[in-house]
Design a protein around this ligand. Structure first.
Ligand code: SF4
Ligand code: SF4
Ligand code: SF4
Length: 328
């Protein structure tokens, strides 16, 4: 009879290796952040209980390979003394990954690290029908591949023009890689449907004529990697940080309710579409300025925008790809 329950141990971040009695201990490091004071502890434990090295996983964590079963308890106790604990595997919410976001990166639009710590504190290990991964990127460059996560978060910024400061130099127009800006009467005009909220035009403006009108998040859902990868779908934008906890709570509830056995969120979307999910998770937020991206219906872009945009900008969906007023 086996001395250990491999599945149970794996669910707690202790992963059986192919070598007899050897396990890899995967650490729980939300957002890939670890205090400098913990690093010598990890190094010593890897030396004393493993084979003197660690492996850096693709999801921003540290793994200590070759810990023998009989020494696992002592190894985990040593790590616990430094406030380190194992991660998780299997059908549950995994440790969120995140870049440094606006804390360190000039491109960052949101507090990715704060969100990762909070999501981990609140949702880590919550049972789900299949694995559930949350990736957080500070901007649409999406270094953390939010677009392939079960739930992906991307920080966005809406540029706002102070026409009185603008000299019409066109640097912002040249910088915008999404053709969202054109010059009209010597001022940049923004196509809200083409704009991805990267903020590049703000960074390039030499006169601060462009600033951040509002910041928020795009939410992508249903992505996964693996043997049969699936791209996530963008489901909403302009979600505020304080709305995120409710978004996750309702997403997990919808996921449990609609999963047929052990399947990923994206598989349900493939079967049922995403409209029901969007309505249940984001419908109540539309009055607060959250916009829903609707499934393609032949139009170049289809956003369901709240009746009155929060900053008073004129948003016209008729005809698709229409433009808002100058720099709003
Ligand atoms: S996603 Fe954006 S903010 Fe995050 S590391 Fe990449 S470029 Fe920087
Ligand atoms: S924020 Fe919008 S308008 Fe500005 S550079 Fe990015 S896509 Fe273009
Ligand atoms: S907003 Fe700034 S970068 Fe764009 S045209 Fe005006 S001054 Fe130039």
């Amino acid at each position: 009879m086996a001395r250990f329950n491999v599945t149970e141990m794996k669910s707690g971040g202790i992963i059986k290796q192919k070598q007899r009695d050897a396990f890899t201990v995967r650490l729980r490091l939300p957002g890939g952040r670890v205090g400098a004071e913990k690093l010598p502890v990890i190094a010593r434990v890897a030396d004393e209980y493993g084979q003197g090295y660690v492996h850096l996983s693709v999801r921003q964590t540290v793994e200590i390979p070759y810990v023998l079963y009989d020494r696992l308890e002592d190894c985990l106790a040593e790590l616990a003394k430094a406030g380190l604990s194992p991660s998780s595997c299997g059908p549950r919410v995994r440790v969120p990954i995140a870049c440094s976001g606006c804390e360190l990166n000039p491109n960052g639009n949101i507090e990715t690290q704060r969100m990762a710590q909070e999501i981990d504190r609140r949702w880590f290990g919550t049972p789900t029908p299949h694995k559930f991964k949350i990736n957080i990127s500070g901007c649409p460059i999406d270094c953390m591949a939010a677009r392939r996560a079960d739930l992906g978060i991307i920080g966005i910024t809406e540029p706002k023009l102070d026409a009185g400061l603008c000299t019409g130099c066109e640097l912002c127009v040249a910088k915008c890689g999404d053709d969202a800006l054109t010059m009209t009467e010597d001022l940049p005009l923004r196509d809200v449907f083409k704009c991805i909220g990267c903020g590049d035009c703000i960074h390039v403006c030499p006169l601060d004529a462009l600033g951040a009108g509002r910041t928020g998040m795009e939410v992508w859902a249903g992505g996964k990697w693996g043997k049969r990868p699936r791209a996530a779908q963008r489901v909403a934008r302009w979600v505020a940080e304080e709305q995120l906890d409710g978004v996750i709570e309702r997403t997990l509830a919808w996921y449990r309710e609609h999963a047929q056995g052990r399947e990923r969120l994206g598989a349900i979307f493939d079967r049922e579409g995403i409209a029901g999910y969007q309505e249940q998770v984001f419908g109540s937020l539309s009055a607060d300025g959250v916009e829903l991206e609707m499934p393609p219906a032949g139009a170049p872009v289809a956003w369901k925008v709240p009746p009155a945009a929060p900053d008073g900008a004129s948003l016209d969906l008729q005809g698709g790809g229409t433009m808002e007023g100058r720099g709003a």
